[in-house]
Design a protein around this ligand. Structure first.
Ligand SMILES: [Zn+2]
Length: 507
């Protein structure tokens, strides 16, 4: 690989000459088939040959030098590696690779990965050796196809494919005959990648694409590592088209509260309204806060917003189908959890507590609404307030399974650190081809740019939908609702000003 990278694929014919010369020189010293098989281009194969035929070392090396296959630069690159097979090819101490060596190694690896013809020619070396030795047996068509290879441009692509598949089949045969045929080669490959990981560093996309034109729009990420400290732009002002969203969400939430408070209240039965307004306010506060921080306007950091909105909607729509005692059950389940948390905190030994810790326990005890004398509060440790029923089952029962699947499910995956989400949001591929070619995953040092106005607008829309559904379920006085949201209708009649989020009606 190193030699062909340096000389170009067309010079592969020198390997054929080298194979022929070595085969002739060693003729009679060992079975000719063994000699031919050991000249397939692998360093481990050369070691296998030398183990059988000691004089092979000198012959292999001398012929390689004669044909220009073992240049100074290739030799230097080879000496970068410890535990190298056929170490006798180069008689030097191991030296860590410098720029020159890496500049030869990296394109050599990339060359075979990207250039299918180069790959095929390297895989052809073993076949070439068998051809010259007269031991290759294959069909007449294949022989005809391979005769002018790799010099006939008309048949090259076809022959490349045939060569690559023959190589695979031959490899299968060798493994069938001896499971550990490639044990030495695999061991060496591990050493190769391992040494690379120590001598060269991981490479991130932004290091390679210093030219701004290479970066796609919206990809101007904020770096978070020390090397770029001080360059990170401060969180910007709200992005164009999204600046009004926070105010909109605040107006929606306050109009919701206004509608509830100007509507005749059913104070004899206050749990439904308490639970509703509590849940909507919780989601609304989340939305308002997130809308003030454009860094959160992306899936990576904003998934919890969608999750909260959908969760609250499923809760209220599901509860609307149950016996009204469900609202009380919802509150009692929470009170029980507060008691549980207080007990858990109380497990901390006295000497580890600070004064505010005692206060926190007292607060939780208060929230458990338990009697100090008579401990009546039941702790329900099941997963939900509804006898442990899952949010998915609730969604299914109240006709929101599609919303659950399409909006909540994936956002949950992000919240629970599912691997796909980490992979796409927090990781990137190492671009150093010397790190196993295919690129391992490394933590990204760029922050997501956020600022997705469409996503942020959808939160405001969803909040509005939630509010209308809540008012509908609670049976809030229509006139009170109309008055509280009159500003919205007026705004809509004026027509959307540029960049306004579109408010959708609940359907
Ligand atoms: Zn790497």
């Amino acid at each position: 690989m190193l030699t062909l990278s340096e000389l170009g694929t067309a010079e592969a014919v020198r390997f054929a000459r080298w194979q022929k010369a070595v085969q002739d020189d060693l003729s009679g010293k060992a079975g000719h088939r063994l000699i031919a098989e050991c000249l397939d281009g692998r360093l481990t194969s050369l070691d296998r040959l030398a183990a059988q035929v000691p004089e092979a070392k000198a012959v292999v090396k001398a012929r390689a030098q004669e044909l220009g296959l073992l240049s100074e630069s290739v030799a230097n690159a080879l000496t970068s590696y410890p535990f190298r097979p056929a170490a006798w090819l180069v008689d030097r101490e191991i030296t860590p690779p410098g720029h020159e060596e890496i500049d030869l190694l990296a394109p050599a690896v990339l060359g075979v990965l990207k250039d299918a013809h180069r790959e095929a020619v390297i895989k052809f070396l073993g076949i070439w050796s068998a051809v010259q030795d007269g031991t290759l047996s294959t069909s007449a068509e294949t022989i005809e196809l391979l005769q002018p290879y790799p010099n006939d441009p008309k048949t090259r692509a076809e022959a490349d494919s045939v060569v690559r598949s023959m190589w695979g089949a031959h490899k299968g045969l060798l493994l069938h005959e001896n499971e550990s045929h490639f044990a030495g080669a695999v061991k060496w490959a591990k050493v190769f990648w391992g040494a690379n990981s120590m001598t060269t560093r991981c490479m991130r996309r932004r290091e390679v694409e210093t030219d701004e034109h290479d970066l796609e729009e919206g990809d101007v990420d904020t770096p978070i590592d020390a090397t770029s400290r001080g360059e990170a732009p401060a969180p910007d002002a709200l992005p164009e088209g999204g600046a009004h969203l926070r105010q909109l969400a605040m107006d929606l939430l306050s109009s919701y509260v206004e509608a509830l408070e100007t509507s005749p209240a059913r104070l004899y039965d206050d749990e439904p309204q308490e639970v509703h307004s509590g849940l909507v306010a919780r989601a609304g506060r989340d939305v308002i806060t997130a809308l003030g921080a454009p860094d959160l306007w992306c899936m990576e950091h904003g998934a919890h917003i969608i999750r909260a909105l959908v969760e609250v909607r499923i809760y209220i729509q599901w509860m609307a189908q149950q016996d009204p005692s469900i609202y009380r059950a919802f509150q009692e389940y929470g009170a029980g959890k507060a008691k549980l948390y207080a007990r858990i905190m109380d497990e901390l030994p006295a000497d580890a507590r600070r004064p505010d810790f005692e206060d926190a326990i007292k607060d939780l005890e208060k929230l458990s609404h338990n009697d100090e004398v008579l401990d009546h509060r039941v702790v329900d440790t099941r997963d939900s307030f509804a006898d442990g029923k899952s949010i998915r089952a609730m969604a299914d029962e109240c006709g929101l399974i599609d919303l659950y699947r399409q909006a909540y499910y994936m956002a949950s995956g992000v919240a629970h650190s599912e691997w796909w989400s980490i992979e796409t949001h927090a990781m990137e591929r190492c671009l150093n081809v010397l790190h196993r070619g295919r690129g391992h995953l490394i933590p990204s040092l760029s922050l997501s740019s956020g600022g997705n106005v469409e996503l942020a607008s959808s939160w405001a829309d969803q909040l509005y939908t939630l509010i209308r559904i809540s008012l509908q379920i609670l049976g809030t006085d229509e006139k009170a609702v109309h008055n509280a949201f009159a500003w919205l209708k007026a705004e809509r009649d004026e027509g959307p000003s540029e960049g306004d989020g579109v408010i959708v009606s609940p359907t």
